[in-house]
Ligand binder design. Structure first.
Ligand SMILES: Cc1ncc(COP(=O)(O)O)c(C=O)c1O
Length: 462
């Protein structure tokens, strides 16, 4: 840390925070006697708090966002230069970085063609939901309006996205929700609903979705919205064979496929730019946010294929036949300027390749830890996006008490490594440790994270 804040400055900042800041996802009672954590500075994989304590950040800014790491001057310079030239103009007009970034993004997404810029993942998902509804009104007499979402998936914090929320504890006390959202079963093999494994389990999971479609009436279903790897619901990659069947199902019933890449997008899963690209599935909508500009500026996108786009311009006699939507901050130019530079960094530094290698190392390290710590029931992951599910009994898979899971996270923090855990997500299942270090992670970083987790498990469980 460069020390340009004095002890007096810091104590004033802490007082101001305790007096006035409402932290996200936080119960504030403990701050009446203790201090909130304030992150002052970051460089590469590391951040420093108000006490000068250094942490290795294994969750890229807490919520899998700062994918290219902290302290990137080239991104700051790109944003600065753009802000001086033009900070903003409403998205009804184009901008230089907006056009260049859309071109870059689409070059990474064969089959897709249009980028609608917004400023959060929730908002990007709502844009897709609105498009589905408008398509239903224009082409299906308003009947094909329902949106299917999956148990354990999350699509955002607004009321419409929570209506598509598969995490009951997260949704508790915020209802009633919007009509027209229908839940389908999860595909988590570790907690399988049927006595099947592998491709047979995948087929049963997709069959279960088909049963929901038939029960609701296929002519009422507009879209199916899925995370490529469920994130906050437990870090759950789908079983082998799941995605091609999902593609077939959508084609069979004329259902638009919406892939929520808010977490997985832009390299997080390694090798490919987007999670869905591992599986050869062809989406109609892809939404993305966190890694798009690595948190250096707020930008999210709802990307569609040309088939969807065409439906919003093919009837010039209808004054309503265009997407009548605006996102004020979707016109900010800092977002695409930062995103362009992030994409350059990912390409020039071969970060997709690094993510694959380091992700494999992390999964292997976590399985090795499982040999010594019986509380690790399962390890899952794709790229630098990994989870370790803690159980109190491996045979019955009884989920570990969430207070003990939180203690593991706290012990890691005390030893200077910030990790995450599923939190207020699925009732009784807040038991998965989450890891999403930046795509620049080195072998030493991965080993340090896993060694620290091993020590923390030892402290909490013996
Ligand atoms: C899969 C997924 N979709 C959507 C969102 C919502 O994004 P935002 O918080 O930017 O609104 C999140 C946030 O964590 C997410 O994990």
């Amino acid at each position: 840390m460069d020390g340009n804040l004095s002890a007096n400055d810091i104590s004033h900042i802490v007082d101001a925070d305790r007096a006035h800041v409402w932290h996200h996802l936080t119960q504030h009672k403990p701050f009446e006697t203790g201090e909130p954590r304030i992150i002052i500075e970051g460089k590469g994989m590391r951040v420093w708090d108000q006490k000068g304590k250094e942490y290795l950040d294994a969750v890229s800014g807490g919520v899998w966002t700062v994918n290219v790491g902290y302290g990137r001057e080239s991104i700051a310079n790109a944003v600065r230069d753009q802000l001086i030239k033009l900070p903003y103009f409403a998205g009804s007009a184009g901008s230089v970085p907006g056009a260049l970034f859309a071109e870059k993004l689409i070059s990474k997404m064969p089959g897709m063609s249009r980028v609608y810029q917004t400023n959060s993942g929730s908002e990007a998902n709502e844009k897709a939901f609105k498009m589905v509804r408008q398509i239903s009104h224009k082409r299906y007499g308003g009947k094909k309006y329902k949106i299917l979402y999956r148990e354990r998936d999350y699509h955002g914090s607004t009321l419409a996205t929570m209506s598509a929320g598969g995490q009951d504890e997260r949704n508790a006390q915020y209802g009633p929700f919007a009509p027209g959202f229908v839940r389908v079963p999860h595909c988590m093999e570790y907690r399988a609903q049927w006595d099947l494994t592998g491709e047979a389990y995948a087929a049963a999971s997709v069959k279960a979705i088909e049963e929901v479609i038939l029960a609701e009436g296929a002519d009422t279903i507009g879209a199916l919205c899925l995370e490529p790897v469920t994130a906050g619901g437990g870090v759950i990659p789908a079983p082998e064979g799941y995605w091609p069947l999902i593609g077939e199902l959508c084609r069979k019933y004329d259902i638009l496929l919406h892939i929520d890449e808010v977490v997985c997008g832009v390299g997080r899963t390694g090798t490919e730019w987007f999670g869905y690209q591992h599986y050869g599935v062809e989406p109609d909508f892809v939404t993305m946010a966190k890694g798009v500009a690595s948190g250096y500026a707020a930008i999210a996108c709802c990307v569609t294929n040309e088939r969807v786009f065409e439906m919003f311009k093919d009837d010039t006699t209808d004054p309503l036949n265009y997407f009548r939507d605006i996102s004020t901050f979707g016109g900010c130019t800092a977002g695409p300027a930062a995103a362009l530079e992030c994409f350059r960094i990912i390409e020039d530094e071969n970060l997709l390749e690094n993510t694959t290698k380091m992700g494999a190392r992390m999964v292997a390290n976590l399985w090795e830890l499982a040999e010594h710590h019986k509380v690790i029931g399962d390890v899952r992951g794709l790229g630098l996006f990994c989870g370790a599910e803690l159980v109190s009994d491996r045979a019955t898979k009884e989920p570990m008490d969430e207070k003990l899971v939180a203690q593991v996270v706290a012990e890691c923090g005390a030893m200077g490594v910030i990790i995450g855990a599923t939190n207020r997500s699925i009732p009784g299942f807040n038991n998965t440790l989450c890891f999403s270090p930046a795509l620049i992670s080195t072998e030493d970083d991965i080993d340090q994270i896993c060694e620290t987790v091993g020590k923390a498990l030892g402290k909490v469980f013996g």
